[in-house]
Design a protein around this ligand. Structure first.
Ligand code: AMP
Ligand code: ZN
Length: 112
């Protein structure tokens, strides 16, 4: 598995840092965000290190489609299937962890 030293999400994938797992398969791990912005706030992280969603799209579009499928599965299991999917990309968008991740916000009616 491609990983980067000192990357917090590579460490979570490697179980060097604990997380509250929601879903896992061969290509992704999904776990609860430590600072939830909605009743259900889950991060879906590819196990392979990509710096942002653009890198995923450019090198593995099937993986990007898979992340959307997993988001939908989580929103159906935890709520009524409605969800917001966010990929912060770049510093000015608020990206703080440079290992691509999808924020899945669900579990309630979200503020607009
Ligand atoms: P972003 O700002 O899009 O890069 O999102 C990074 C997200 O990771 C933030 O919402 C943080 O709350 C979350 N986060 C950072 N460290 C951890 C951790 N150890 N476990 C779970 N979530 C984390
Ligand atoms: Zn990483």
């Amino acid at each position: 598995m491609e990983s980067e030293k000192d990357c917090i999400f590579c460490k979570i994938v490697a179980r060097e840092i604990p997380s509250q797992k929601v879903y896992e398969d061969e290509s992704v791990l999904a776990f609860k965000d430590i600072h939830p912005m909605a009743k259900v706030h889950v991060l879906i992280v590819p196990k392979r290190h990509f710096k942002n969603v653009e890198e995923i799209a450019a090198s593995d579009s099937d993986l990007l489609a898979h992340i959307v499928e997993v988001a939908s599965k989580i929103a159906n299991e935890k709520y009524n299937g409605s969800y917001r999917l966010v990929f912060n990309t770049g510093l000015d968008a608020g990206q703080t962890v440079f290992h691509a991740h999808a924020h899945v916000l669900t579990g309630e009616k979200l503020a607009e």
